[in-house]
Ligand binder design. Structure first.
Ligand SMILES: Cc1cc2nc3c(=O)[nH]c(=O)nc-3n(C[C@H](O)[C@H](O)[C@H](O)COP(=O)(O)OP(=O)(O)OC[C@H]3O[C@@H](n4cnc5c(N)ncnc54)[C@H](O)[C@@H]3O)c2cc1C
Length: 489
């Protein structure tokens, strides 16, 4: 059953060769050694490692082939500790500094042992991914300031995924697309089989071990509504529509210990014109700090200049979620239009605030009034968007603490904003071997988890750019190795 096309690390197959392998019909009559549920970064890292460990592996990807790879398709980078010699990052970025950063953003809401282990293993990732054929860009400068901490994939997350799929297939991993796991047979923490829907009928896929790598539940609006109510109908999901949390739900129902706050999700402000799903990074908007943000009633509702954008951008999704109809408008004038990375959609433009209000369907006198009051409150200062400058307002109930400049030079611009959900925090509890734990704390017999579905063990709260892919790659490798070892014994 192994494809018999094992290639040396980094060998790339021609598109025709890999297409041939993809067309292979998978035989479900014999049990596999390792069944991997999901088809993103964590799944592929697990599948490759398990195959290298001699296991017969099947990847069950719920999405069709074109949409394979979940939210990994949208990623650009991963965070790694390193000693400064890596050609992909400036440095060094010591493990202790990485841990400090993680403790700060999570407020200590992390399993410290797992966090330290993740960070220690992060030093191996550039090398390991490189061995699979993944290529990286030179260190990145510019507005993101991640050149020291994060390595950027050449070709983005899609490039990384395509390489990992090629490598997995070359190692004989069977990949089944359009194969959502719809049920799991689990008895007392022992995995027996996964039920999939494929080609219009159900199949039972048996295996000696399971790796669950099927992401969070952020695309399941009904589930989000349990915590957010009808407001969730107005949320936009930044990633794949296929991460509905079905496998997560099955695991929790089977008695696996949960981790992470089910009511929490990572939500940022994105362009309200983005599609309901899969808008990715091109719809993110960084204009907030440069002007004012008003709601449907043309009223400001939060300090737009509280802190630098990277430190604050993740609170804006939640703030907008609390506004009427979950919509807001970022308003700037011509002096700021070139200061941020634009959205893929052009700004709404007008020569007067009244005209702008009309185009946004806001009450023109109300917006005129808000802008006039804001302009009157702006204090003299020296504008510098690279630091926490001294441009602020005085006397407003809702101040703007930095970068406050009058909005008076036409043309005026606006971007409509909605909450954009990146991921959810609820997951399954694992130990250092990526083995899932039952509610009583006992390790399961043969069930492993990697990626977003268990990220809450390390990232209980907040976010650190690039850590999602770090957690997925580290735990994917550990899960794959553990599952293969279990299957071999
Ligand atoms: C716009 C955007 C940008 C991001 N940028 C970055 C970044 O630059 N760096 C970073 O570290 N993180 C980033 N993230 C977070 C990152 O995407 C995740 O941390 C990471 O991709 C998780 O990998 P994963 O393999 O666990 O999940 P995913 O890549 O989401 O894969 C989950 C897989 O499970 C499949 N699946 C779901 N349900 C089922 C089922 N029932 N049966 C079978 N398969 C199923 C899906 O189809 C998918 O293939 C970003 C997220 C978004 C939305």
């Amino acid at each position: 059953m192994r494809g018999g096309m094992a290639s040396s690390a980094g060998d790339a197959l021609s598109p025709a060769e890999s297409e041939d392998i993809r067309m292979t019909t998978v035989d479900f009559s014999e049990p596999f050694d390792v069944v991997v549920a999901g088809g993103g970064n964590a799944a592929l890292c697990a599948a490759i490692t398990a195959a290298r460990g001699g296991a017969r592996v099947v990847v069950l990807e719920g999405a069709p082939q074109f949409y394979r790879g979940g939210n990994t398709r949208h990623t650009r980078n991963l965070r790694c500790a390193h000693d400064g010699t890596a050609p992909t990052m400036t440095g060094p970025y010591e493990e202790a500094e990485f841990l400090d950063d993680l403790m700060r953003v999570t407020g200590g809401n992390t399993d410290r042992d797992l966090a330290e282990m993740t960070i220690a293993h992060s030093t191996e990732l550039i090398g390991w991914l490189g061995e699979q054929g993944v290529r990286f860009q030179p260190p990145l400068g510019g507005t993101l300031s991640l050149g020291k901490t994060n390595a950027f994939f050449l070709g983005g997350g899609r490039g990384e995924l395509n390489t990992l799929y090629r490598q997995a297939e070359a190692l004989g991993v069977s990949v089944v697309y359009d194969a959502p796991v719809i049920a799991l047979m689990v008895t007392d923490g022992f995995f027996v089989s996964a039920q999939i829907m494929h080609d219009g009928r159900q199949h039972s896929v048996r295996g000696k071990a399971l790796v669950a790598a099927s992401g969070g539940f952020e695309a399941n609006v009904e589930w989000l509504k349990q915590y957010w109510g009808p407001a969730a109908d107005n949320f936009l999901i930044r990633g794949t529509p296929y991460n509905r949390g079905d496998v997560l739900r099955m695991l929790l129902d089977a008695g696996i210990m949960p981790v992470g706050d089910p009511t929490q999700c990572h939500a940022v402000a994105i362009d309200a014109r983005a599609p309901r799903f899969d808008g990715g990074i091109a719809t993110r908007l960084d204009s907030v700090v440069f002007g004012i943000v008003v709601n449907r009633e043309a009223k400001r509702f939060y300090d737009e200049g509280e802190d630098t954008w990277p430190k604050r951008y993740a609170i804006w999704g939640r703030l907008i979620a609390q506004q009427p109809e979950q919509i807001a408008y970022s308003i700037i004038d011509s002096r700021s239009i070139r200061l941020f990375m634009p959205s893929i959609f052009p700004a709404v433009q007008a020569d007067t605030i009244t005209e702008l209000a009309g185009k946004l369907e806001l009450d023109p006198p109300a917006l005129e009034n808000t802008v006039a009051k804001f302009n009157a409150a702006v204090q003299p200062g020296t504008f510098d968007h690279t630091v926490l400058d001294d441009c602020r307002t005085a006397g407003l109930a809702i101040p703007k603490s930095h970068w406050a400049r009058t909005i008076e030079e036409p043309p005026f611009y606006a971007y409509p904003l909605r909450p954009g959900i990146t991921f959810t925090y609820l997951g399954v509890r694992v130990n250092k071997n990526a083995r899932m734990l039952m509610k009583d704390g006992k390790p399961t017999a043969n069930m492993y988890a990697a990626g977003e579905i268990m990220a809450g063990n390390v990232l209980g709260k907040g976010y650190l750019a690039g850590i999602g892919m770090t957690i997925g790659t580290v735990f994917g490798r550990i899960a794959g190795e553990g599952a293969a070892t279990h299957a071999n014994n």
